[in-house]
Every structure is written in structure tokens, then in C-alpha cells.
Design a protein around this ligand. Structure first.
Ligand code: SF4
Ligand code: SF4
Length: 128
């Protein structure tokens, strides 16, 4: 957390907090294992990165599309949804300033991951 708003959001998360039952915890761990084994990017869509990005790259949306593609390999859906993003929000508009990574609670190397998604998108689009 790097500002008051983020602190407030995190505290709100615990309003009406209820612990997982052991069974729910087991299921959550299994789901996390499956997602990670599919090469997903560990982005929680908190959008803290976007608060500091000078280019307005839609980082969580891009990572979300990548993660869905890793799980379903639906090329058409991936390119169609990627192309539905505004031009100036796409991964190739990143200027590699690394401001976003400093704000990412998951410690993701965001510019490197954006390059990876951009390369994949171009490859998938080329294959048709
Ligand atoms: S590295 Fe790219 S995505 Fe990150 S803040 Fe800079 S321009 Fe935005
Ligand atoms: S700060 Fe990290 S975890 Fe949060 S949306 Fe951005 S990339 Fe995802």
C-alpha cells in the first residue's frame, strides 16, 4: 500500500470477514496451483500500477486476457478482446519506465510481462 486510498480499500476487504473453512481453503489452493501451472501472470487486478503509469496502459486488462488465453487457448477470443482495447492502452505503448512495478504488491516485472503479452498477441494474430 502506498497511499491512504489503498489502505482504506484493504481495510474494507475485511468488512464482514469470514475465514475459509478447511475445505474452502483446500479448494482455493488447488485452484491457485492449476492457474500457476498454466503459466498465468499473478495479477490481482488491484490497479495500483495504473495509478502511476504515465501512458495509461491497461495493465490488469492485458494480463487478464493473457491469463484467459493460457487457460483456454482460444486465439480468436484473445485477439478480438485485445484489439478491443484502446490503441493507447495496449502493451506496445509501454515506455519501460518501471514506475508501475514499484507500485505492484505482487512484485511483478510489469514491463517485461507486457513485452511477453505483446509478442504473444502478434504471434497469435499472425497465425490467424
Ligand atoms: S513501464 Fe510501461 S506500463 Fe509501467 S508505468 Fe511505465 S509506461 Fe506504464
Ligand atoms: S499492481 Fe500488480 S497486481 Fe495490481 S493490477 Fe497492477 S500488475 Fe496487477
Amino acid at each position: 500500500m502506498s497511499n491512504f486510498q489503498q489502505l482504506k480499500e484493504n481495510i474494507d476487504t475485511f468488512t464482514n470477514f469470514r475465514e475459509f473453512t478447511p475445505k474452502e481453503e483446500e479448494v482455493a489452493k488447488e485452484v491457485a496451483k492449476i492457474i500457476q501451472s498454466q503459466g498465468a501472470i499473478n495479477c490481482t487486478a488491484c490497479r495500483y500500477c495504473m495509478e502511476v503509469c504515465p501512458r495509461g496502459i491497461n495493465i490488469p486488462a492485458i494480463f487478464g486476457l493473457y491469463n484467459v488465453y493460457q487457460s483456454n487457448k482460444q486465439s480468436f477470443m484473445f485477439t478480438a478482446n485485445y484489439n478491443a482495447l484502446k490503441e493507447d492502452e495496449k502493451a506496445d505503448k509501454c515506455i519501460n519506465c518501471h514506475l508501475c512495478s514499484k507500485n505492484c504488491p505482487q512484485g511483478l516485472d510489469i514491463p517485461a510481462l507486457l513485452k511477453k503479452v505483446d509478442a504473444l498477441e502478434k504471434e497469435v494474430e499472425k497465425k490467424g
